[in-house]
Design a protein. Structure first.
Length: 150
């Protein structure tokens, strides 16, 4: 089972980057999609392939939105990191404008988890395996730890 640890960068250093990053603390390849509000409306983008024990930048530069939405799938074991916010995805690489009528427009629908960055300029989400699936009844229960950002 899977969980997400969330936090913003705690160290203010001259080399600090302003971006939205996802780190994969599992040993498996994970596919990641992100959703956000832009001038054109709601946007979902994917897939970023994040190898085990690595990080990938999904949005480069200072974050322009306060809220971002994330959905991820384990490419080996089929587990998911998801949430209650429905957004459109596609099977292959995609950038979709709008979150309504996903099926009618030829897309699929997935549940994204919301991240409130508190208007920080950078944010990081760490994908981890649930430390004790027995405690969550065998279901993925996200563990969320938030830090302070820049």
């Amino acid at each position: 089972m899977f969980a997400m640890l969330v936090g913003a960068s705690l160290a203010a250093t001259p080399s600090a980057r302003a971006d939205f990053r996802v780190c994969n603390a599992t040993q498996d390849l994970v596919g990641v999609a992100i959703g956000y509000r832009a001038r054109a409306g709601w946007i979902t983008e994917g897939w970023w392939a994040v190898e085990g024990s690595t990080c990938k930048t999904l949005i480069e530069g200072p974050l322009e939105s306060r809220y971002y939405y994330l959905y991820a799938e384990d490419g080996v074991r089929g587990g998911r990191w998801d949430g209650p916010i429905s957004m459109c995805i596609a099977e292959l690489q995609f950038k979709i404008t709008g979150v309504n009528d996903c099926y009618a427009r030829g897309f699929q629908k997935a549940g994204f988890r919301e991240y409130d960055t508190g208007n920080q300029s950078n944010w990081m989400v760490q994908l981890v395996e649930d430390p004790d699936p027995a405690l969550s009844g065998g279901q993925a229960q996200p563990l969320i730890t938030q830090g302070e950002g820049q």
